[in-house]
Design a binder for this molecule. Structure first.
Ligand code: MN3
Length: 389
């Protein structure tokens, strides 16, 4: 294998750090050439000193001078600002872009990387949630592979390798989060601390809250639709708290393939980088005889309303998934700031889906406008809730 030169967008986040670990353990195969961070400039500096990339970007310009100063003894270019991320992914010093930014901010860098012909290892699900149709068309046009990093989509992708048969449906597994067995009437009293305790996966705050509400699974349904070209009615969600079966594919003959393993994001990250090869990874092997109990539960609509809002947005199409995402970003940050309660996040999203201007065939500019409009509508609704409380 030729040494793969990698850009990690969001290198200080959970996926970014685990990606660097894979690069550290396989230096004959990979090099980190571009690292970007939003605010965590100190970790960015430490990573840069260890991996000596060609360049780094600190998105929040406030930290630029500190990063520049800290790296002045090293041959590393330092850039600042969100726009720099969109420009730097075009660099001919890289082959692959790991898109691990959080939220809507990941969309335009992903698009710039596709247009520059880079292989995409996609962890930023919002890229497909917001603008899946446009993104997949661009990937086809520029002949760029989009390899899923999300564990469920990596699982489906792995089940499909070598298959020619018709897919009848895919079964996305969900851990169910920390409130799977909480009485539904008590959900409104859930605190930020309760919601941040995820039973199986360790992730950033935004994704952890999205997992507790199962909006994360809703996004994954949308992501799956675009990645694998499926009708939403053929995408099923089943709760599997052990999170050992990462997802399944059922074919037209009734056969079901599943991909299993210890829940460890380094496995799907590495597979996105090495596909179609596999290389050794030193992680905890799953022991069927010791831990081998699998449970399955239905995702109840009354408990996981956000998941069903995602299906609704997907069926409506147009800019609805974009609205869903932006409203959810405001809802989650308002919940984390303790401005609204856990179940009020759903109300914020429902209200935005009703109020924001519907666009049947949105362009990228329409998505930008819908995103902005939704954030305003959602913030207003958060204010209303606060007055009422
Ligand atoms: Mn996932």
């Amino acid at each position: 294998m030729l040494k793969q030169r990698i850009a990690i967008l969001g290198s200080t986040g959970s996926i970014g750090k685990q990606s660097l670990e894979i690069i550290r353990n396989n230096q004959h195969l990979f090099s980190a050439e571009i690292l970007t961070a939003n605010n965590n400039w100190q970790l960015l500096v430490n990573q840069a000193i260890e991996f000596l990339p060609d360049s780094v970007v600190i998105a929040n310009q406030i930290h630029y001078l500190k990063v520049k100063e800290a790296l002045s003894r090293f041959p590393i270019k330092v850039y600042a600002g969100k726009e720099s991320i969109e420009q730097i992914v075009e660099s001919d010093r890289i082959d692959t872009v790991i898109s691990a930014l959080v939220g809507y901010s990941g969309l335009f860098p992903s698009i710039a990387a596709i247009k520059a012909g880079k292989k995409i290892a996609l962890a930023n699900k919002e890229t497909l949630v917001v603008a899946g149709e446009i993104v997949m068309k661009l990937a086809e046009e520029y002949m760029v592979p989009i390899l899923p990093v999300d564990s469920e989509h990596s699982a489906i992708f792995q089940c499909l390798v070598g298959e020619r048969g018709d897919v009848e449906k895919i079964i996305l597994t969900a851990s169910g989060g920390p409130f799977l067995h909480t009485p539904i009437r008590k959900l409104k009293n859930v605190t930020v601390e309760d919601a941040l305790k995820h039973p199986t996966w360790s992730m950033g705050a935004k994704v952890t809250i999205d997992s507790a509400t199962m909006m994360n699974k809703g996004f994954e349904v949308i992501e799956a639709k675009w990645l694998f070209g499926l009708d939403p009615k053929n995408i099923e969600v089943v709760i599997h708290p052990q999170a050992v079966i990462h997802s399944m594919v059922q074919f037209s003959d009734g056969a079901i393939k599943a991909q299993l393993g210890t829940p460890d994001m380094r496995i799907p990250i590495q597979y996105a980088l090495t596909f179609p090869e596999r290389i050794f990874q030193n992680n905890k092997r799953y022991d069927f005889l010791k831990d081998g109990v699998f449970n399955f539960y239905e995702a109840e609509q009354a408990r996981f309303k956000n998941l069903f809002l995602a299906y609704t947005a997907l069926r409506r199409g147009g800019n609805s998934p974009c609205v869903l995402n932006a409203a959810n970003e405001i809802a989650v940050s308002s919940f984390l700031d303790r401005k609204i309660g856990f179940t009020e996040m759903t109300e914020v999203i429902e209200n935005s889906l009703e109020k924001v201007t519907f666009k049947e065939n949105p362009s990228l500019d329409d998505y930008r406008m819908s995103d902005t409009e939704t954030r305003i509508v959602a913030e207003e609704y958060v204010k209303k809730i606060r007055i009422k409380n």
